[in-house]
Design a protein around this ligand. Structure first.
Ligand SMILES: [Zn+2]
Length: 277
């Protein structure tokens, strides 16, 4: 199995037979987007697909469209991992540049609604709730396109909800059972060892839950006190994201009947049902 990584312009030939991936990174760096959103142009079986158009930045969309049109393969359409702005806002601009093509996502006004287990061209669809309730990951050969379910660096922001974290952990387990080689994340660098990263993510969430349970046992009850105790190393800029993730952890403990009776599971629900992009 040959893994050569991306070249300077994001070109990357993967080991899965017949699958070619080009990464185009948007110029929208930030605390949530790391170096910027990764858009992937995937060519397989004579067709070209885009996973996540990215933000509505003209230069970025020009670059993506030029890759789509580069090898003369038929333009098959767009897949959205989820509908947050940094992944989906560039959709109209991309279709303007690359030409009309069907759009596939879990929700919204798209051409084809996707769900867990669907197969589309070279991709199979795995529902990966957690970061967003509509979140999907796409598997092509031994390549996983993980959106914001797994990032190239650091951990992901989870949204509150009764099945958010439990659904997320279940999805990570299911992905770990697949014969994956590498992960192409929505943000950050290529992940060359899919199984190691998925194992690391599962262990990280479990460790976080153990710290939260210890903080609850110690008597902490407010969101601030729980964050101080169980998310103490998180920088201030990511504190709101940590609060949303805390809410998801509390929802899981509540659903499992593991929350002390005097804890309000909504104590950390400071934002809407979906976290920031
Ligand atoms: Zn994102």
């Amino acid at each position: 199995m040959e893994l050569t990584g991306y070249t300077e312009r994001g070109k990357y030939r993967v080991a899965s037979p017949g699958v070619r991936v080009v990464r185009v990174r948007a110029e929208n760096p930030g605390p949530f987007t790391l170096e910027g959103t990764n858009t992937y142009v995937v060519s397989a079986a004579g067709g070209t697909w885009v996973v996540d158009p990215g933000p509505a930045l003209p230069q970025h969309l020009d670059a993506v469209a030029s890759v789509v049109g580069a090898d003369g393969a038929s333009w098959c359409g767009v897949l959205l991992t989820h509908d947050h702005a940094d992944h989906a806002d560039g959709l109209p601009g991309l279709l303007e540049r690359a030409g009309p093509a069907p759009v596939h996502a879990a929700r919204g006004g798209v051409d084809v609604r996707l769900g867990d287990g669907d197969v589309l061209g070279p991709f199979s669809v795995v529902a990966t709730p957690g970061h967003a309730s509509d979140h999907l990951a796409f598997v092509a050969g031994a390549e996983l396109f993980s959106g914001d379910a797994v990032l190239g660096r650091g951990s992901v922001l989870l949204s509150p909800g009764p099945n958010s974290l439990r659904g997320y952990l279940g999805a990570l387990e299911r992905l770990r059972a697949l014969p994956l080689e590498c992960i192409h994340p929505g943000h950050g660098p290529l992940i060359p060892d899919a199984h190691a990263k998925l194992g690391e993510y599962l262990a990280h969430r479990l460790a976080r839950e153990q710290r939260l349970v210890a903080a609850l046992v110690a008597g902490h009850r407010t969101a601030e006190a729980l964050l101080d105790a169980a998310w103490s190393e998180v920088p201030l800029v990511l504190r709101p994201a940590a609060a949303a993730t805390l809410a998801a952890h509390l929802d899981k403990l509540d659903a499992e009947g593991r929350l002390p009776a005097d804890v309000d599971p909504r104590v950390a629900h400071v934002r809407g049902p979906e976290g920031p992009a």
